[in-house]
Structure formats: C-alpha cells, structure tokens
Design a protein around this ligand. Structure first.
Ligand SMILES: Nc1nc2c(ncn2[C@@H]2O[C@H](COP(=O)(O)OP(=O)(O)OP(=O)(O)O)[C@@H](O)[C@H]2O)c(=O)[nH]1
Length: 622
C-alpha cells in the first residue's frame, strides 16, 4: 500500500519508505521505478518534464554505484568477489543484482564486527593487541555506519535530490575508493554523515505538489534573506566584535547592529542597515589605524624593556623562564588577549622580583651587621692580645733585671690576671664566631627557602609546565572572562571536561616519563583540532578542560567526537609501540548567568557518566 501524506513526511522519510517498498515488492530498483514510487508515496503529481535533469542524476548515480563496486574489487578476497559481481551488475544496469550484492556485503561486514568485539576484550595480554583490535573495531564500525547510511538513506535519496549533492557524492565515492585501499574510513565516515545530514534536511516539497517536485532546490527570497542575515550577524558578532574588545563604544554599536540584522526580514530593511554598516566600518577603520599605530609603538617599547630585563636577570632561572614566556606571547600576531596575558605575566615578574629582592636585601643586612660585630670583637681581642704581649715583654725584662722572689711573685700575679683576661676575651670571641657562623647558616637556609617558595610560585602562573596548556588558575581566569562576554552578548558558551581512559595502564606498562609524553601528545592534538578561539587547560593529572565560546551544545559535543577521531589517526608512539589514546568526556552548555562552579560540576558529572557507561565516549550534560 502506498501512503500519501506530503505534509507530515520529510523527503528522507519518503525516500526510506520508497526504498523499503522497492525491496519488499522485489521491484527492480531502477531510477525510473524509484521516482515513480517516490512520487506515489509523497502524493506528488508531476506536472513538468524534468527528464533531462533526472537523466543526468541517474547517470551520476550510476557512476557512484560503479565506483563503489570497483573500489570493493581492490579489497581482500571475499570482498573482491562481491565487488566483481557488483561491477558487472552496474555495467549491465542489473540493479536488482546490484542490490543483492550490496546486502550480502553489509551482512559480511556486520558478522565481522561481531567477531572482532570478543577478540578485543580477550586481547588483554599485550597492549598492542588491544590497540590493534580497537583500531579494527573502530574502522569496522565506521564502515558499518557508512554502509548502513548509504543503503538506507543516501543512495535512494540521491535518485531524486539536488544535483549539487550528487556531485558531492561523486567526490565521496572517489574518497571511498581510497579509504578502502588504505583502510582508513575516519574521514569518509564524517563526510558521509555530513552528506546524509544535508539530505535529511533538504527543504520539504510544497504541500500542493503542483509545481514542485522533491528535487526542486530553488532558493527563495526568504531563504536568501535568512542566509544573508545569519552571515552578517555572525561576521559582525564574532569577527568584528572580537576585534573591538577594547573599544566599548564601537562594540556596543556593533551589538546593536547585530540585533537589527537578526530582526531584519526584508531587502529594504537590509538597505537601511547597509548605510549604518558603512558608517560603522568607517569609524572602525579610523580607530583601527589609530590604535594599531599606538599598539606597534607600545610593543616595540615593551620588547626593548624585556631585552633589558633579561640581561639584568643574571642566573635567576625562574625569572628568565617568565621573560621567555612573555616574549613567546608577543611574538607574531598580537591580539588583545595576548597583550592582556603578557601584561599580567609581566606584573607577576615585577612583583616577584620585588619580593625576592627585599628578602635577600634583609638577609644581606643582617649578615653585614653580624660581620661588623665580629670585626669589632676581633679588634678588641687583638688589642687585648697585643697589650698582653707588650706586658709579657715588660714582665720578662723586669724578671731579667730583678730576681727577688717578691718581684717575681708580683709579676706572676699580674701575669695570671692578664692571662685570665686574655683567655676570657678569647673565649668570648670564639663564642661570637660560633654564633656568627650559625647566623650565616640560618641566613643561607632562609635564602634557599625563599628560592623554593619562588619556584613553587611559578606553578601558580597560568601555564602548565609539562603540557604548555593553561593550568587551573589560567582556566579560571579565561572561563570567568568568557562567561562575562557570553552574558554581555547573550551568546552560548560550552565547557568540556575530558579524562584519559586507562591512563594508569600506560604509566604502569611504559613508565611515568612515557605517560608524561602521552599527556603532551594529547594536548598537541587538541590544539591542532580545535578552533583558535577554543581554550584547553590541564584540570588535574590526566584530566583536561576545554572552553568553547560561541558554540552550541550539539557542536561542542561534535567537536569532542572529532577530537576522538583525530586521536585514532595520530597514535602516540612509545618507542616503536603505537598507543591509541582514548578519553571519556562530558560537555555542558552554560545556562545564562550560571555560576562557573555549577557549570564545571555538570560537565564533570557527564564525564563520569561517560566513564561508567563504557568509556571512549562523549556525554552531554543536562
Ligand atoms: N605520567 C603521569 N601520570 C600521571 C600524572 N598525573 C596523574 N598521573 C597518573 O594518572 C593515573 C590515573 O589513574 P586513575 O585515576 O586510576 O585513572 P585511569 O587509569 O585513567 O582509569 P579511568 O580514568 O577509570 O579510565 C594515576 O596512575 C596517576 O599516577 C602526570 O602528570 N604524569
């Protein structure tokens, strides 16, 4: 039975139903048969003759199907056989044979997946085995996904949909050929999903069905205005808005214009906006010239200053490190954010320099006071011993010239008194020396404690020393700033939390240094994959946070899935061993005015759910 309800079914639904009926009634799936049934199901009568376009579509489709068949002949033995049969069927236009062959192929792929999964869980003896099994399983599941979608959705729809999409599919078929040869389906899976998404979202046919067929893709004025308005408001809001961060007046004017663009519904409204846009552009150009000149001057001054600071720093490694960080920050493209970060780091350097200098000066003063005291005592002692020697010489001559016992007794008494005096001075000086030595040691301990404190402080600056990503403190600051911006501009902000799976096993198998390398590898891949406006921070040991400004929850989740896919393409190498790094992630979109602690908690909770439901997945927070 044919159902006809054009107002309720999307073209994709109709296409699916057409395909199902073709197969249950065992009708040959020729393009003509497909089109006829499609129109019946969609309740469309076909008033205009678009046979030339259909002919072209059919030819393109046939080419795609033939390419797919040929690509399979390059596969291993069992797939190559099917590929041969499909090629013959496509060349002879025997579409029923072709369909049977494709179904057989899908069955084979599904049964292979079932075999691979137990293999993966059994392969615990060597991590390499696990990695290889996981790799196979990922590729096969992508292949499965790809074929299911091809069979169920993309191909039938292509028979009747837009020619642009046919061209895209043709390119895809070429890619598929390459992917099968190289056994790398990650890219093509994503592209096919994208194509299916486009097909699913093709505009529905007009309910009257009188003038339009499902292949009609003509852009109406409304659609054009919609696209124009979206493009303009995005350009203004994101690009221009970001450039004007330190120009509040122009920023406010831009924000107002963005709202007006969003609300504009007709071309005449756009014409009015155009005049105001020109005015804004003019003002921005004026400001831009002005401030970029100032910025350049300021920068050259800043660089000069840094060079001098650097040469003054002697061998203080920490401060040198900080100066290098600032120099790196201002190398190349300078934007407002880089300047803000550089200024903050410089303030930190200056503050810490001050603290260190004060403490070391104080210690130097106390050592100096001690030395003065010691020298004083020493001179007293020297005087005393000098006098003693003089007295001894005098006593000696007295004894030489006078031998009476009374005189000698008198000399001996005096000598005793003088010797006791010298001994007491010597004892005092000795004690002083011991005290001084102790105080110098104390001062040295205090100085090394200060240096340690300084080293500890370096952990508090914004960067994580191992991975070069932001640390917790850096994360807090940027998150606060982005949240304020999101509130001010009424735009989305997403926060992702990800935790490497089974990281302990990497450490236990290959050692901590390799584990550290894996963390650095992950951050590098994150930085390569994400947009430049996204920010990655190390949240804890093997836990990372990602801030995604101006991103919807759906896009943020897709970004993290894309990141997972990138990791399957870039293994981490531990010597000759390939390690597949996977992670579990939770992602949350910030509610307007939501506190950051709550936002982080929601993402964290979703991340734990991802861990507890099998790992290597992304869960969106409620
Ligand atoms: N090499 C290295 N290891 C770290 C670092 N920070 C934390 N770790 C280690 O990361 C491991 C985390 O282990 P667990 O918390 O059990 O997590 P896991 O093994 O990833 O397991 P799941 O999270 O459940 O997938 C511990 O062995 C930590 O010692 C670091 O900076 N370098």
């Amino acid at each position: 039975m044919v159902t006809s309800n054009p107002s309720k079914q999307s073209p994709a639904d109709v296409a699916r139903e057409t395909f199902r009926q073709l197969s249950t009634t065992r009708t040959q799936p020729t393009p003509e048969a497909y089109k006829k049934l499609y129109n019946e199901i969609a309740g469309i009568t076909e008033p205009i003759d678009n046979s030339a376009q259909l002919q072209k579509n059919n030819e393109e489709l046939e080419k795609i199907l033939l390419n797919l068949a040929v690509s399979l002949t390059l596969e291993s033995h069992e797939y190559a056989d099917i590929g041969q049969r499909l090629t013959v069927a496509a060349e002879q236009h025997k579409w029923a044979d072709y369909l049977r062959g494709l179904n057989e192929f899908t069955e084979k792929v599904f049964s292979q997946i079932k075999n691979i999964q137990p293999q993966a869980s059994a392969a615990t003896a060597s991590s390499k085995q696990v990695v290889l099994a996981a790799e196979d399983s990922i590729q096969t599941s992508i292949l499965k996904d790809l074929l299911t979608r091809t069979l169920a959705l993309a191909l039938p729809s292509l028979l009747t949909t837009a020619p642009e999409l046919s061209q895209e599919s043709d390119a895809l078929a070429q890619l598929l050929k390459k992917a099968v040869a190289e056994k790398d389906f990650a890219d093509i899976g994503a592209r096919l999903k994208n194509l299916c998404f486009k097909i699913e979202h093709l505009p529905a046919p007009a309910p009257s069905g009188a003038a339009e067929t499902p292949i009609s893709m003509s852009l109406t004025d409304d659609m054009l205005i919609g696209m124009l308005s979206k493009l303009l408001s995005q350009t203004l809001g994101m690009a221009v808005g970001a450039l004007l961060q330190n120009e509040p007046k122009l920023l406010a004017a831009t924000d107002t214009l963005v709202e007006e663009v969003k609300a504009a519904k007709s071309l005449s409204e756009f014409q009015r906006i155009e005049t105001r846009l020109k005015d804004l552009c003019y003002k921005i150009t004026l400001k831009g010239d002005d401030s970029s000149e100032q910025l350049q001057l300021l920068l050259s001054l800043f660089k000069l200053l840094l060079e001098n600071v650097s040469s003054l720093l002697d061998d203080d490694n920490w401060l040198h490190g900080q100066v290098v960080v600032i120099q790196e920050l201002i190398v190349g493209e300078i934007d407002h954010r880089a300047l803000l970060e550089a200024t903050k780091s410089l303030k930190e350097v200056i503050y810490k320099q001050g603290v260190l200098k004060d403490s070391i000066d104080q210690n130097k003063i106390s050592v100096k006071q001690l030395m003065n005291l010691f020298v004083d005592r020493l001179s007293v002692f020297a005087n005393t011993t000098g006098e003693y020697h003089e007295k001894i010489t005098a006593y000696s001559s007295k004894i030489t010239h006078n031998t009476s016992p009374e005189v000698i007794n008198e000399v001996l008494d005096s000598l005793l008194v003088d010797t006791l005096h010298v001994q007491s001075e010597a004892r005092q000086s000795h004690q002083l020396m011991v005290n001084a030595q102790q105080e110098v040691l104390d001062a040295q301990t205090r100085i090394s404690e200060l240096e340690k404190k300084l080293a500890d402080m370096s952990e508090q600056v914004q960067k994580d020393q191992l991975t070069g990503s932001l640390n917790r403190r850096g994360l807090d600051e940027i998150l606060e700033r982005e949240a304020a911006r999101a509130d001010r501009r009424n735009i989305q902000l997403c926060f992702g939390m990800l935790d490497i799976d089974n990281f302990k096993k990497i450490n236990d198998t290959f050692g901590h240094i390799t584990g550290d390398g894996a963390l650095v590898h992950l951050v590098n891949i994150i930085k390569k994959t994400l947009r430049s406006m996204d920010v990655v921070a190390r949240y804890g040991g093997e836990e990372f946070a990602i801030i995604m400004p101006e991103t919807t929850l759906k896009d943020a989740a897709e970004t993290l899935v894309r990141l997972q896919r990138e990791l399957t393409k870039h293994f981490f190498m531990a010597g000759n061993e390939q390690i597949l790094i996977t992670f579990s992630a939770g992602v949350a979109e910030r509610h307007p005015l939501e506190g950051l602690e709550t936002l982080i908690k929601r993402a964290d909770k979703a991340m734990y759910e991802a861990k507890n439901t099998g790992k290597n997945r992304v869960i969106t927070a409620t």
